[in-house]
Design a protein around this ligand. Structure first.
Ligand SMILES: Cc1cc2nc3c(=O)[nH]c(=O)nc-3n(C[C@H](O)[C@H](O)[C@H](O)COP(=O)(O)OP(=O)(O)OC[C@H]3O[C@@H](n4cnc5c(N)ncnc54)[C@H](O)[C@@H]3O)c2cc1C
Length: 242
């Protein structure tokens, strides 16, 4: 059977590896620490907690987090088992000894015959021959993988948001119209001109010409200002002998 590859042996990746292996499916868990660390992790341990050692409320009757804890316990969660075994006093919250917690998670996964922990960074998109992959690299995903995921996300978003090389063209035209109207050599005039262009563009677009051709408002303003008052409303009129 093809293994499921899990990238990241933090909280989510360790739990996922445990759940997958518990269902009889082999797992390769790729964790880059200790070969390459993050800005906040300190050890090479799996499921290392950073910052707080609290899993918040453990009250399953009155608190949504506590209820989630209980649901995870009933699903034989490794994270919850390790947390319960390494609990430290914290009132109604579930707080843990972070070293003991991480060691318990690591030991359980090392002892699970269907889990192989591979200490390596996956610095690019997973290879095509990996059949199934879970990416669980968390908020501190290493830069190479983060850039690759960002590139794919950009490609997927492009057809929806119409990403193209000219996508800022409209904004450029409105800005230019604002600057020409306010006076191209007067920054505050340009800001005021920008407001006027924005209001005009919306009013004319909504009540006169329609949204599809409202970009033409900016063109009309540019041409109109250059014909009637080339220096704009607040620009200086410079006359030079040539
Ligand atoms: C500074 C900081 C403080 C935080 N404080 C809290 C807090 O107090 N309480 C709280 O609940 N949450 C806190 N969080 C959020 C916390 O990170 C998450 O609650 C939890 O750790 C997320 O689990 P995870 O499995 O998604 O990510 P992680 O636990 O970070 O696990 C991701 C794992 O992926 C590995 N990895 C990353 N990139 C690669 C790669 N390319 N190849 C291989 N391995 C890789 C990392 O080494 C890491 O082990 C904090 C986060 C940060 C950044």
């Amino acid at each position: 059977m093809q293994p499921i590859h899990i990238i990241g042996g933090g909280l989510a990746g360790s739990e996922a590896a445990w759940q997958v292996a518990s269902r009889g499916v082999p797992v390769v868990l790729h964790e880059m620490r200790p070969l390459r660390s993050t800005a906040v992790h300190k050890t090479g341990g799996l499921a290392e907690l950073v910052c707080s050692n609290s899993f918040r409320s453990d009250d399953r009757e009155h608190n949504a987090v506590g209820l989630l804890h209980e649901e995870m316990r009933r699903l034989d969660s490794l994270v919850m088992r390790a947390a319960d075994a390494n609990q430290v006093p914290a009132g109604g919250a579930l707080a843990v000894d972070r070293d003991g917690f991480s060691q318990a998670v690591g030991a359980a996964l090392e002892a699970q015959p269907l889990v192989r922990v591979s200490r390596e960074e996956i610095a690019e998109l997973p290879p095509a021959e990996w059949d199934s992959v879970i990416v669980a690299t968390g908020p501190l995903t290493s830069p190479g993988l983060a850039a690759a995921i960002g590139a794919v996300a950009g490609m997927m978003a492009a057809p929806i948001v119409y990403l193209d090389p000219n996508m800022m063209g409209g904004i450029l035209l409105y800005s230019f119209a604002g600057a020409v109207l306010g006076g191209i050599d007067n920054p505050w005039g340009a800001v005021l001109g920008g407001f006027v262009v924005g209001v005009l563009e919306n009013l004319v677009g909504a009540y006169l010409v329609g949204a599809e051709v409202k970009l033409s408002v900016a063109l009309v303003i540019i041409v109109g200002v250059l014909v009637v008052r080339p220096s704009g409303l607040f620009g200086r009129r410079i006359v030079a002998r040539v």
